[in-house]
Design a protein around this ligand. Structure first.
Ligand code: FES
Length: 114
């Protein structure tokens, strides 16, 4: 079973699990406070579920790549859209500040909630 570490919690998920669903099911603050109410619910269009991931996940699909080419995201950054990502091995997740999670300051890290 792959292990996800995010915002000070570590939990298991099924191989191939959708990262957005796994994080939300475990009470992780995937979205910024305002984006928590205004997001695309996982269809890959809003870009607010962006996170940094260390570990083995699926390759970025076209929705993930396409949305991250649009501002304020920067395709040069190594973020991923959690809603378009499957967990394949143990991973660590970091969330950044900003409505889209696009800023350079961290909102939370794998080990801590701030
Ligand atoms: S939830 Fe909107 S792009 Fe992931």
């Amino acid at each position: 079973m792959p292990t996800i570490t995010a915002q000070g919690k570590t939990f298991d998920c099924k191989p191939g699990a959708n990262l957005r669903r796994a994080l939300l099911e475990h009470g992780i603050d995937l979205y910024s406070p305002r984006a928590n109410y205004v997001n695309c619910m996982g269809i890959g269009t809003c870009g607010t579920c962006a996170v940094a991931i260390e570990g083995n996940v699926s390759k970025a699909n076209w929705r993930d790549v396409a949305r991250r080419t649009l501002p304020p995201h920067d395709p040069q950054k190594s973020l991923r859209l959690a809603c378009q990502t499957q967990v394949l091995g143990d991973i660590k997740v970091t969330k950044f500040e900003g409505f889209w999670g696009h800023e350079s300051a961290t909102a939370w890290t794998p080990q801590s909630s701030d």
